[in-house]
Design a protein around this ligand. Sequence first.
Ligand SMILES: NC(=O)c1ccc[n+]([C@@H]2O[C@H](COP(=O)([O-])OP(=O)(O)OC[C@H]3O[C@@H](n4cnc5c(N)ncnc54)[C@H](OP(=O)(O)O)[C@@H]3O)[C@@H](O)[C@H]2O)c1
Length: 260
Amino acid sequence: MRIAIAGATGNIGALTVSALERQGHDVVRISRSLGVDLLTGAGLDDALRGVDAVVDATNSSATDRDEAVQHFGTTAANLLAAEQRAGVRHHVLLSIVGIHGVEGNPHYAGKREQERLVAAGPVPWTVVPVTQFHDFAAMVAGWTEQDGVALIAPLLVQPIAPADVADVLAEVAIGDPQTRHVDVAGPETQDLVDMARRTHQARGQEVKLVPTWSSVFGPSMAGNVLLPGDDARIAPTTFDAWLAAEAAATASRAAEPATA
Ligand SMILES: NC(=O)c1ccc[n+]([C@@H]2O[C@H](COP(=O)([O-])OP(=O)(O)OC[C@H]3O[C@@H](n4cnc5c(N)ncnc54)[C@H](OP(=O)(O)O)[C@@H]3O)[C@@H](O)[C@H]2O)c1
């Protein structure tokens, strides 16, 4: 099959490209750095020529609610319209578990808009709600880190390995449209503060973590709101196994001879 990955240079997009190419599919890469911009539509019609299915794994760095809704809404609308023109038969959206139960988060408002447009749109679709990735905790700590101190909320999550997310997206993309896929999650619940501390340790970074509900994530995200439903599909890679790979990658980088 010919499958386009929007967000092909990103964390999940790049792994999804690899997963599909390993299976022998013809993959089209879409991102601004590769000359295709979903916000303006530039390059999109050319990129989608002959494409059977599209996976949307793009992201937005907007921290303001209106900006996030505008970004995800515009990119989704442009992508879906171009898919209709190109005769694409399946649109797959990477979404997040729990976004319908948390009102105040700007990113989640943007993702809800993306889901709304996909479900109301002209192309047969599958929305795949996924829990936080194994690298989420360190990324969140990085948002506020200053002089070795970071603020982080003690969220309860059931994180998943990025490579497992990519495998699910690749499998869904080559199959028939399913509308809403069941929640996809990792095998164990974790506390985000503990995940960040252990990730920093595995990467050889020293960061003092200050647990708080008064920074990026507020109390509306406390409790079970981010956990998957009872019928969730559970991916195999544990956080411990992912951490061991992070530690090994850090050790191997440290052992590399310095280049001029
Ligand atoms: N982090 C989590 O724990 C988590 C959990 C569940 C779901 N998700 C969702 O997963 C999705 C992907 O996350 P990620 O961390 O893999 O993203 P990422 O690493 O930030 O990558 C984003 C990709 O989108 C591309 N992109 C951004 N704006 C674009 C535009 N206007 N036109 C074309 N391409 C554009 C970027 O490339 P250029 O910059 O070159 O354009 C990049 O390839 C997000 O929607 C997020 O909400 C995240």
